[in-house]
Ligand binder design. Sequence first.
Ligand code: SF4
Length: 370
Amino acid sequence: MPHDPYKALYLHLPFCVRRCGYCDFATEAVPADDARIDAYVEDLALQIRRKAREGELAAVETVYLGGGTPSHVGSSRLSMLLYTLSLSMHLTPEVECTMEANPESLTGNMVRDVWALGVNRLSIGVQSFDDDVLSVLGRAHSADDARRAVEAARERFDNVSVDLMCGIPGQSGKSFEASVREAVELGATHVSVYPLTIEPHTPFHRAVMRGQMPEPDDDAEAAHMEIASRVLAEADFARYEVASYALPGRECRHNIAYWTGRPYLGLGRSAATMTQNAERRMRVQDGRVTDDLDARQTAAEDLMLGMRMTCGVSETQVERASALLPKALATFASLEAQGLVVREDGRFKPTERGWLCGNELYGALFDLAP
Ligand code: SF4
């Protein structure tokens, strides 16, 4: 269908050194020298060239190499991919180009290589700086590996994100707080905090079912989220999304594109693409349509997505949406009365309670155009 230009490009690298016990991402454990990785990366490079020829990359403003573990594929394959990318689109410093990396495979040389080839933001999967917590998670790195990786990243990059997990069995508030503090001290400019979730068909799920692992504790998780919020606020980080904190100007523009309904192109196995025009929004994954929304559903989804962000949605956006969703203003008034949303500075913003009662908040907006 004729569609609005893609603003964000996602490249998926579905390989890891081993699988973590809680992971349900599209990835597989493959040795770094496996020929399957060569074939995959070559194919990805061909897809990038093809999309560039079709003019699909001309308006891309953010690029994200995610996984899996992009750093696991090694410097030489990453260099090939990034070189292809720089020949295929305007990979200027204004384009945010993020690469995910894990501590066990991010080396000083790789940092220098990917920086020289246009990556300007690294997102490091640290999860914790506590060896006991890392071993519960089954991660392939130690706390010292994580420290080295963030330090190596900071030698070239002034935009480094650290992912941390909370609510892990056996993880004390003290341990979590120490990890948040360490991320700040090591110079992270962005921190994402995710609670452990037990996904079906994972080893963690089986362990919980057999009674070998406790279920995540909601109270511990909420306490950890509060710790993150307090410690990061003290260090001048702003919480701009339910799970994301950044120093001023260091917000992840790529993720913001997802939360503000900007079209994105995903290349690689299981990567989702969102294509849209004024009448329709579609998401496609591995050739399968996963979402097909009309203009009303799209407007409702945009309001829902906006509620993930601290800044919420503008009154103007809600008024515009009202043309398609006559109950939109009344719904926001009711959410405000329930304390799930506040109206300030010309915007409707989610409250802390709104995020805690996410089902009610998002459910009410979804119901505008089921
Ligand atoms: S490193 Fe990340 S993508 Fe890979 S198995 Fe672990 S959680 Fe999953």
